[in-house]
Design a protein. Structure first.
Length: 289
């Protein structure tokens, strides 16, 4: 089932994705999903346990601008396998680049607090949900870099989905033409006030994807399905009269990590310091109803 989840035909992805395009001119209760970026949330490893920065590396807490999710699911228990909960969203995919991949041109990209998903509650299977599983696809955030002793502000576009087909993408007035698939860990960077841009690829398997359910409900290697537990179980009865608003709080606590050559805590790509991890460091979902 895990393998099938990320190889769904494009037509199914479009069908599910289209659910989020409902008109707002309705009085029926809706499920609304938003994101929050928390620099103070615990910094977790792949098993959902707190972890320090790896020896020989350094990290920054980036200033997040936007994010996109590829897949969203509510899970009932710790034994609910990925894909067997209530799937709420699955973004469009394509084989234009060869292997199946997220279609970046159709990804929904939002900022903090902006509505990412809005669907009728009647389309959500009634039940009690303890976990959220959210596969992230794209991140855009500000970081600081050092070159020749001077510090500069820049913006990094980070593609952390299992595979992404990218035609072109941009950072401000800087354009990057890819016209192909890029595996998890592809990134592009541009300085904010200086005409400089570059791109690269983090090592395979290096992107942190916290999953505290690893022992009972694993995720496919190379995916970015971050798992988080509600403080109190979310109950959907099917008789709701008001909206249910779910906020996915993502830990960005030192989430941008690189291998140091000059051990000064400054990211210096010009001397060969390479990005090793851009994964979100945890998920805490909450709800209002």
């Amino acid at each position: 089932m895990k393998k099938i989840l990320f190889l769904l035909p494009v037509i199914i992805a479009f069908a599910i994705g289209s659910v989020s395009c409902n008109s707002d001119d309705t009085d029926e209760p809706m499920l609304i999903v938003k994101f929050r970026f928390d620099p103070n949330q615990a910094r977790l490893n792949n098993l959902g346990a707190p972890v320090p920065i790896a020896s020989g590396n350094a990290a920054q807490t980036p200033a997040f601008n936007t994010i996109s999710s590829h897949y969203l699911e509510f899970a009932q228990t710790a034994y609910t396998q990925l894909g067997e909960g209530t799937v709420l969203y699955h973004a469009p995919e394509t084989t234009q680049g060869g292997a199946n991949a997220i279609d970046f041109s159709q990804s929904k990209i939002v900022s903090e607090g902006e509505v990412f998903l809005k669907i009728p509650l009647r389309s959500v299977t009634a039940g009690t949900y303890r976990y959220v599983r959210c596969s992230l696809g794209y991140q855009n955030f500000g970081i600081s870099v050092r070159s020749n002793g001077a510090d500069y502000d820049g913006t990094l576009a980070s593609f952390v989905g299992f595979n992404t087909y990218i035609g072109t993408h941009s950072i401000g007035n800087n354009f990057f033409t890819v016209d192909g698939n890029r595996a998890q860990g592809y990134w592009a960077f541009a300085l904010d006030d200086v005409p400089y841009q570059t791109s690269g690829q983090a090592p395979a398997g290096a992107t942190t994807v916290p999953n505290p359910l690893a022992a009972t409900s694993a995720i496919p290697p190379g995916s970015c399905v971050v798992t988080g537990q509600f403080l109190n179980d979310l109950q959907i009865t099917g008789n709701e009269t008001d909206d249910v608003v779910v906020t996915l709080s993502l830990s960005v606590n030192h989430s941008f990590e690189w291998h140091e050559i000059n051990a000064d805590g400054k990211f210096e790509p010009a001397i060969g310091e390479n990005v090793v991890d851009m994964g979100l460091r945890g998920l805490i979902p909450s709800f209002e109803q």
